[in-house]
Write a protein that binds this ligand. Structure first.
Ligand SMILES: Nc1nc2c(ncn2[C@@H]2O[C@H](COP(=O)(O)OP(=O)(O)OP(=O)(O)O)[C@@H](O)[C@H]2O)c(=O)[nH]1
Length: 213
């Protein structure tokens, strides 16, 4: 087989999108909102979750009925999950490769992981694009703390916008400060409880990850 034929017949790998952020910020809730929204756009997806010593998040998504449970893989980090999404992402790369072999049409793999609070980042060997989820109830000073997660991610998601009035957060100011510390790179607002703001996240994935018009 010549080189041109080899390239033409090589299966196209799925895009890999990381979803990181502090414990409880709403990463799994975002995945649960993204699954039906992406499927409605005809996007073939699979999911990987990273947990410390359990498969809690994977089990929750499998039970949700939103996706074929076989399309959900769990990586048990055994240590702080940032180890397996940044320092040595071998386990996650193997899990993603296995999903691609099993589901050859898969176009997008969502890789959820908590980790080192505001310091967690994804290795570029693992992900093509990554989102970092913080939440309003965690405090409006989070963007100002300039953690590597909120600063370096491709898009910062500020979730739980519904809680702003209850925790005394000025959402407009928090959004503006997040844009400032990120030098105007994308910041999106979501309410995963009610599904608000999800369309904008899907549109960004379609445009910037899947390169669909
Ligand atoms: N009010 C409100 N609650 C939310 C929202 N998104 C998530 N939650 C709630 O916040 C809690 C944590 O959400 P999860 O999706 O489990 O958070 P997580 O980041 O996946 O948590 P870990 O996997 O433990 O790191 C749950 O009780 C959710 O129902 C939101 O937009 N608004």
């Amino acid at each position: 087989m010549n080189v041109v034929t080899q390239i033409a017949t090589k299966p196209v790998a799925a895009a890999r999108v990381g979803i990181g952020g502090p414990v409880g910020s709403g990463k799994t809730a975002l995945v649960e909102r993204l699954i039906p929204a992406l499927q409605a756009r005809g996007i073939d997806i699979a999911v990987i979750t990273n947990d410390l010593v359990t498969a809690e998040d994977a089990e929750r998504i499998r039970r949700s009925g939103l996706i074929d449970p076989e399309r959900v893989s769990a990586v048990e980090a055994g240590a702080c999950p940032h180890t397996v999404i940044r320092e040595d992402p071998t386990l996650n790369i193997e899990a993603a490769d296995a999903l691609e072999r099993r589901f050859p049409g898969v176009e997008l793999i969502l890789i959820e992981s908590g980790g080192d609070n505001l310091a967690s980042t994804f290795s570029r060997d693992l992900t093509d694009f990554w989102l970092f989820v913080i939440d309003v109830a965690g405090g409006d000073d989070i963007p100002r703390k300039r953690g590597p997660g909120p600063i370096r991610c491709d898009v910062l998601i500020i979730n739980k916008t519904d809680l702003a009035p209850h925790v005394g957060v000025d959402l407009g100011r928090m959004h503006a400060e997040a844009l400032t510390v990120r030098a105007n790179r994308p910041v999106l607002l979501t309410n995963c409880r009610r599904g608000e703001g999800i369309d904008a996240v899907v549109a960004m994935i379609e445009k910037d990850v899947l390169f669909r018009a």
